[in-house]
Design a binder for this molecule. Structure first.
Ligand SMILES: *Cc1c(COP(=O)(O)O)cnc(C)c1O
Length: 450
């Protein structure tokens, strides 16, 4: 079997995610035969460094032997069991571990299979909490501009990325959107802190004016990943936590993408020493092996639902594969790898290498910004460096970088005009330098006059 054979069969039978299928008349589809560490290998024997951790899920490399073994052991014991009325060891162990490592105050775990569902659960729980507490007038959510929380209708409603949302607008919940504290937009000479405080005024005003109607504010702490890897200062999270408390509004931290060490700390909220009322975890939760998500919440929230059945206060939400034992075993394997070595410490060295390998990028005539938060590094390509005028989306400059990467052993998948690295933690210095070289050449090609 070679690439062409499997691609022909694929294009006859599949409909791929986040893809205009007609693109594949031109754009190669890459069938992967196997993975090992940072490497993916296709059916023709070409190899690619997975610079984006396969949509940010992989932490410890493809086919990681330790996690594989953990799943195999579980597979021989119990593949799945209903989680209503029943339980099993991996889900109990995982819940205890998640409670132990997440910010204090998060004491209960509810499971689903993907990040969007986790967001739906947090939204429903928050609304239902206020209803159970006699505040049925709280029916709105506040989000930030350029935020992303998934693709199902509720999650899409609280997101703000035009590209994914626009078409479905008539179907969505109304959401109050406040300008994000994305520091790409700070004034020249303005400190991040001043800028962040200034940006927070709109949030404060919104909560002060509409708090009575608002269930929760939902935020992606520190990095809006799908929103072009835009970043903000941790102080925003501190200000937001205090304001949510003042105005009796929940704080939902969507750490689906940034959790498990991506931003340099195990969870992004730690950098502001903040505990949310709900924390959504997905993607890296299983080290990239199996679909699983979790929503962690507080005693206060849990207790608002805890009553006699007849009170009808229970949270009757479910998914068929809730708390799947194989997925929980994978998550336990991944967390054990964090315990077995100083992963975050090693990542600090890798992050410095990423910074060093891209230090010249900021001088490129079509690069407006190079920003980094831990193991996420992003490069913003623009048409005009001085005015920061972006390239028109129709030009699809990022696609040139993507194609260039594929020709040079790199899976780089830019978001619009933003080229970024978010690699598995098992990448080495030489591989980082290779990715940087390929990205630089790709940016050269992509920004040539047409
Ligand atoms: C990816 C993502 C989601 C959605 O997760 P899925 O598993 O793709 O449904 C939600 N929130 C954030 C911040 C994400 O990055």
């Amino acid at each position: 079997m070679n690439n062409a054979q499997i691609v022909a069969r694929d294009l006859n039978a599949l409909w791929h995610p986040c893809t205009q299928m007609k693109d594949h008349e031109q754009l190669p589809l890459i069938p992967i035969r196997r993975g090992k560490g940072v490497w993916l290998e296709d059916f023709d024997g070409n190899r690619y460094i997975d610079a984006i951790s396969s949509w940010w899920v992989n932490l410890f490399g493809h086919a990681n032997p330790y996690i594989s073994q953990r799943i195999t052991r579980q597979l021989n014991e119990l593949e799945h069991v209903i989680l209503a009325g029943f339980s099993h060891k991996p889900v109990v162990e995982l819940s205890e571990k998640l409670i132990a490592i997440t910010p204090r105050g998060l004491t209960r775990c509810f499971y689903a299979e993907n990040g969007s569902s986790a967001v739906e659960i947090a939204l429903k729980m928050s609304f239902h909490y206020w209803k159970n507490r006699g505040k049925a007038g709280k029916i709105e959510f506040v989000n930030l501009s350029n935020s992303y929380h998934g693709e199902t209708l509720g999650a899409l409603s609280v997101g703000d990325v035009e590209l994914y949302k626009h078409t479905y607008e008539p179907l969505l919940l109304k959401t109050r959107t406040v300008a994000s504290p994305d520091y790409y937009y700070r004034e020249p000479g303005e400190s991040r802190r001043d800028y962040t405080a200034r940006r927070f005024e709109e949030m404060e005003a919104t909560l002060a004016e509409h708090g009575e109607r608002i269930c929760a504010v939902i935020i992606e702490p520190l990095v809006q990943c799908a929103g072009y890897m835009r970043m903000h200062d941790p102080v925003y999270l501190s200000l937001l936590r205090a304001a949510c408390d003042r105005h009796q509004v929940h704080l939902i931290a969507d750490e689906c993408a940034v959790g498990f060490g991506r931003t340099g700390t195990m969870f992004a909220c730690e950098q502001a020493d903040v505990s949310p009322d709900f924390m959504c975890l997905a993607k890296g939760l299983t080290g990239g092996f199996l679909p699983l998500s979790a929503v962690l919440t507080t005693d206060d929230v849990f207790n608002a639902f805890y009553d006699d059945y007849e009170s009808m206060k229970g949270f009757l939400h479910s998914h068929s594969y809730t708390g799947n034992p194989l997925a929980c075993a994978a998550a336990l394997g991944s967390l054990e790898l964090f315990e077995q070595s100083d992963v975050l410490g090693q990542n600090r060295q890798l992050a410095r290498t990423m910074e060093d390998a891209t230090s010249h990028f900021k001088d490129h005539p079509h690069v407006a910004d190079v920003r980094q938060c831990g193991m996420i590094l992003a490069v913003e390509m623009v048409k005009n460096k001085h005015t920061r005028e972006p390239y028109h989306w129709r030009e699809r400059r990022g696609l040139t970088v993507y194609r260039h990467g594929l020709e040079h052993q790199a899976l780089l998948r830019p978001l619009g005009n933003v080229v970024y690295f978010m690699p598995p933690y098992v990448i080495n210095e030489q591989q980082i330098r290779h990715l940087a070289d390929v990205a630089w050449q790709g940016i050269q090609r992509a920004t040539r006059d047409r």
